[in-house]
Ligand binder design. Structure first.
Ligand SMILES: Nc1ncnc2c1ncn2[C@@H]1O[C@H](COP(=O)(O)OP(=O)(O)OP(=O)(O)O)[C@@H](O)[C@H]1O
Ligand SMILES: [Mg+2]
Length: 395
């Protein structure tokens, strides 16, 4: 097994997610639409890509990532582009009276092999801002497809980022409402039921984004699916096997020490630790010592070198929240980042200016995996993130 750090992983490189994959397929087989709820970096995109790589019999799976999108036209262009790569659906387009511009782009696909990302950009250009009509037409064509016994799963990664960007633009609230209402229509229409399924998720929580915009009702029919970090047992096995496969065998005490330092065994953090330790030991397991493990944690993972891997925890907050919420989130995290955590009583002053904002931000910090709450006590879920936040974000 390879220790791949950074990119999403599939196939043999996706470790310890057999149960989750089985459960997702079970929910989909039961006709559910899924909202993936998960902290950062636990492997959402990897699971989504694995569903596409190895679909169950009689399933077509599309994966689109709308992180870079600005509005619903990007969303529709991405779906059209992904669908057009599957011959079964490409022929469907021929019967749709798209605009001449869109038809031209689609026609090109028949004659030359086009990179899907290029194709998607060209389609977006051809659509302009007009997305409702093409989306309607696509819906109508899918609804009229004869039932060939094949289900279609449309996976939308980073939808919350697109929605939150749209909400910040002029007229965005209305557009978000329209887009999400259309998607709900896709989920609920009898013509598509049991044939077209959706799975949405992303690196910030959609629930939080919509709650703040007063639009939660538009997703209350989707089944939540909770994905957490690895269990301690899975992380232990991973370190043992990945170490073994790279001639860098770790003993049980070292594995326990690593996992204790990390706190929550987020796959990405476990991988970073293994790689940093191996470098620190120049690949020689005989050099591993408790001191070196500690030093690796403090200097390489939580130190300046770790910022490249952990900074997204801060930047994602900035893109998810408005300035007031972002400031609130930073204050809460900064107070919670000592070893013992913090009690809610000690955050009382933060609730004074705006109790509702405080509660909403706190809920999101828990949902997105930054904080754990036990009764009135808050603490960082990941000891690595706690250590890093304390060093780089608390003045
Ligand atoms: N089950 C797994 N097995 C091996 N590596 C994993 C697993 N899950 C995640 N990873 C590693 O963690 C990193 C992040 O994975 P991925 O991009 O799938 O997570 P994500 O939850 O989508 O992250 P983000 O919150 O940034 O969107 C990658 O380096 C990937 O290799
Ligand atoms: Mg992801």
């Amino acid at each position: 097994m390879r220790n791949i750090i950074g990119q999403a992983v599939v196939g043999d490189d996706l470790y310890g997610r057999t149960y989750e994959l089985g459960r997702l397929w079970e929910l989909l087989d039961h006709g559910q639409h899924i909202l993936m709820l998960a902290p950062r970096r636990v492997g959402k995109t990897s699971l989504m890509l694995e569903l596409r790589r190895a679909p169950r019999d009689n399933w077509d799976v599309l994966y689109i990532d709308v992180e870079g999108g600005e509005g619903p036209a990007d969303f529709v262009a991405a779906i059209l582009a992904a669908l057009a790569t599957i011959p079964r659906y490409r022929t469907l387009f021929e019967a749709i009276p798209f605009s001449t511009g869109v038809k031209k782009v689609l026609a090109r696909l028949k004659s030359v092999a086009v990179d899907i990302d290029v194709f998607r950009v060209e389609l977006k250009g051809a659509l302009g801002r007009e997305w409702v009509h093409p989306e309607d037409q696509l819906y109508a064509r899918l609804a009229s497809l004869p039932d060939a016994g094949v289900d279609l799963l449309i996976i939308v990664d980073e939808l919350p980022l697109l929605i939150s960007r749209m909400l910040r633009s002029d007229g965005g609230h209305r557009e978000v409402e329209l887009l999400l209402s259309r998607l709900r229509h896709w989920r609920q229409a009898p013509e598509l039921r049991g044939r077209v399924h959706t799975l949405v998720g992303g690196s910030i929580g959609l629930e939080g984004v919509l709650r703040r915009a007063g639009l939660s009702g538009l997703i209350n029919d989707i089944t939540p699916f909770r994905l957490d970090a690895w269990s301690r047992t899975t992380a232990t096995k991973f370190l043992d096997e990945a170490g073994r496969d790279s001639n860098f065998l770790l003993d049980q005490d070292s594995i326990t020490h690593i996992l204790e330092l990390l706190g929550d065994p987020v796959p990405y953090h476990v991988q970073l630790f293994l790689s940093a330790l191996r470098d620190a030991c120049k690949g020689e397991p005989a050099r591993i010592s408790p001191n070196l493990i500690e030093q690796c944690f403090v200097e390489r993972l939580a130190g300046a070198a770790g910022t490249a891997h952990l900074d997204h925890y801060a930047t994602r907050l900035e893109s998810a929240f408005d300035p007031e919420e972002y400031a609130m989130a930073r204050s809460i995290l900064s107070r919670a980042c000592n070893r013992a955590g913090v009690s809610l009583a000690r955050l009382k002053d933060l609730t004074k200016p705006n109790e509702a904002t405080f509660q909403s931000v706190l809920r999101d910090l828990q949902a997105d995996g930054y904080l754990n709450r036990q009764g009135d006590h808050l603490e960082f879920r990941s000891n690595l993130l706690r250590e890093w936040w304390g060093k780089h974000h608390v003045s």
